[in-house]
Design a protein around this ligand. Sequence first.
Ligand code: EPU
Length: 417
Amino acid sequence: MGYYLVEGGKPIGGEFSVRGSKNAALPILAATLLAEDEVVLENCPLIRDFYLTLDILRTLGCKVELTGRTAVIDTRVIHDVEIREETVQKMRSSILFLGALLGREKRAILGHPGGCAIGKRPIDIHLSSFEKMGVEIQEEDGLFYCSAPHILGYHIYLNYPSVGATENILLLAAKAEGVTVIHNAAREPEIVALVRFLRACGAEIYGEGTPSIMIEGVKKLHGAYFSIPFDRIEAGTFLCASAMTGGELSLLGVEKNDIETTVGALEKTGCKFRFTSDCLWMKPPKELKSDFSLVTGPFPGFPTDMQPLVMSLLTLAKGTCMISETVFEARFRHAEELCRMGADIVVEDRIARIKGCAGLHGAEVFGHDLRGGAALLIAALAAEGKSVIYGSQYVERGYEKIEDAFSLLGGNVRLME
Ligand code: EPU
């Protein structure tokens, strides 16, 4: 098991160019199947989940070339329609291949996704929406066999604005017969990115970023050039690290609207921000303050992916903060680990109470998931002394060489494999 060795206590500051977004890149990779052509993607994040998704495309028969941050993907020929159970369990976002394969081949087989470290994560909304559009689904030996001679547009009302279900429906509807409207659709920037990509390939889609998205199915899509937008969660992670360690940070390549709720939360702790063109500058106060509450929720609510990182920051803020996690039912496992570093956190069901402490100390801790692991890493950067953070394999799924990035910004982090 890989781990990070961190010597804390140094400010994290300077200039950092934010990389391409994991959660935008993964659905776009699935969407390349619909183009049945050559697609060029720029600003790709060089993270484990991106490589795993490229491998899925290769397994299906696509040609993939990656040079630097540019991926050239040729999806003209595929010879498989199955996403195997071990793949889905390794990386949940592979369920998005279901919509893309069905949209293209009218059939697909998906292994059972199962739960994961942050919750049960069922896919009922995906499957029931597919059924409404004419897809027949049979579950046999833990595999979902899906087929549809005709995929028909439909008015779909989501009972929850699921990001993945909205993406899967978009993929299925892009080449369906007739018009599909998704009501109560997810509004995350990653949905907007996927729609922009599909539109660049010739899809007819309107209303992305609002609760109603309309898709007019087209017969054929084509290849496109597309640049993956910045990762708002990576940006937020670095902001929290600097705020906790007292460093001044300039983030390059960010879009203000997409990161507003995270900036809003940090402003409440006393951090000052200035935004010019595509650069976001932040200066933390001498003493971070707390005494407010945060509730995670679908966009434009506070992002659940930032919850562990902001919790880490709040362990050092004067006062008390309550965080309610409404999106995932088991996303507080980092709290117990933060307490091993001296934090004062009490978790009851889906609410955490964080009371600021005078300082954190180094410890041996375990990251159980991607954002939880990153939260421990930034806590270790702010702590006095040495820390060992196990579970680097989760962090690597979504952060590109985070140890190098923090080291360049003044931290002392080493990845031990
Ligand atoms: N849900 C259902 N049924 C469904 C679908 C979702 O009950 O059919 C529930 C989930 O169990 C969860 C909630 O709805 O409790 C939200 O799930 P959603 O579908 O919105 O999330 P997702 O598509 O599975 C994406 C990101 C997550 C991010 C969430 C919320 C990707 C690859 N993943 O997951 O990212 O937390 O949206 O914003 O885009 C991460 O990057 O660390 C991460 C977990």
